[in-house]
Design a protein around this ligand. Sequence first.
Ligand code: NAD
Length: 358
Amino acid sequence: MIYNIALLKGDGIGPEIVDSAVKVLGKTAEKFGDKFNFTSYLIGGAAIDETGQPLPKETVEGCLKSDSVLLGAVGGYKWDNLSGDKRPEKALLGIRSALGLYTNLRPAKLYPALRSASPLKDEIVGDGFDIMIVRELTGGIYFGDRGYNDGKFGREAFDTERYSIMEIERIGKAAFEIAMKRNKKLCSIDKANVLETSRLWRKIMHELSEQYPEVEYSDMFVDNAAMQLVRNPRQFDVIVTSNMFGDILSDEASQITGSIGMLASSSLGGVGDNKYSLYEPIHGSAPDIAGKDIANPIATILSAAMMMRYSFDRADMAECIENAVDKVLEKGYRTADICADGEYIKCSEMTERIVELL
Ligand code: NAD
C-alpha cells in the first residue's frame, strides 16, 4: 500500500523528532513492502517567519488531501510576545477545527522498564499501567460563549460549557469502540452532581452502554478521578471525558508515567464523509533543549505507531514499532529525560537503535 502523510514539523525539537519518526516509518515500510510519501508543510513559528501566519492555507489544504498528519510541536521564546491570535499555538486549534478532530486519544502507559521514573510508590504502580484517555476535543467550555459583563460585583468574565447530544454520542461511541478493541472496560468521568452538561453526558453514556453489553461500564466524578489516578491508576483501562476534564486528567495521567517524552496522542474525526486524523507527541516544542540532539523521540515514534493502528488499520506495523520501543528500553537505552544514572544516548542514536530493532 502507498500512504500519503503530511508532516508538520513545527518548532523547537519538532523537526528532530519528526525526522526520527520518518526514519522509523521508512524502515517499517521497507520491512512490510509498503510505501510512505511524506510531504512537509509549515506550521507554528516557522510558518509565521515564512508567511506571517501560524497556519497557512497551503498547510490546511495539504493536510486535507493527505491520508493522515504527523505533527511535531509548535511554539518558542521567539514568538512568546505575540498576541493570542498571532501566536504559533493558535495553529493547533485551527488545524483541529479544519480537520473536524473531535476525538483525542491520549495513552498513559508506564513501561515496566521505566517503573522508577514514576513519582508513585512501587506498590501503587506494580508492574506498570496502560490507560487510554478519550477526550472530547471540539466542544465544551473551550469553545463556548465567552466574554465580559458588568455583574453584581462589578466587571466580570464568563465562559460557557455547552454540549449537544450529538457531540456526546459521537465521542461516547468512539470510546466504547476503543474499549471493545482493548480490555472492554470503560469509565466515563463527569461532574454530574453539579453540572447540567455532565448530567446530559451521563444520561447519553448510560444509553450507549446498553448497546455495548460486553463493556464493563462505570461513571466517576472528576474530583474523585483526579484522586484515583494517583491512588490506584491500575483500576483504569479506557476513560472518556469532556474537553476540559480530559485536558487536566490526561496531563495528570502523563505525569504519573514519569516522562512526557514517551507519550503519544492522536486526534480523530472528520468533515462530512471524509475522515481525518492527526498524530502528535503530547509534549511541546521544548525550546530549552532544541537543536542539541538530546530530545526523546519515542513519543513521536509511538504517535506514528498509533497512526498505523487507528488510521491505516495496520496493527502489524504498529506492533512492530511498539515492540522495537519495548526492546530498546529493555536493553537499557535511555535519552536524558528518562535516564536515572546519567548514562544517556542522543536523540539520533535512540532513533538508530529503534530502527535496528524493527
Ligand atoms: P514542553 O512540553 O515543551 O516542555 C516541558 C519540559 O519537558 C521541558 O523541560 C522540556 O525540555 C521537556 N521535554 C518536552 N518534551 C521532551 C522530549 N521529547 N524529550 C526530552 N524532554 C522533553 O512544554 P513547555 O515548556 O510548557 O512549552 C514549550 C513551548 O511548547 C511553548 O511555546 C508552548 O506553548 C509549546 N507547546 C506546544 C504544544 C504543541 O505543539 N502541541 C504543546 C504544549 C506546549
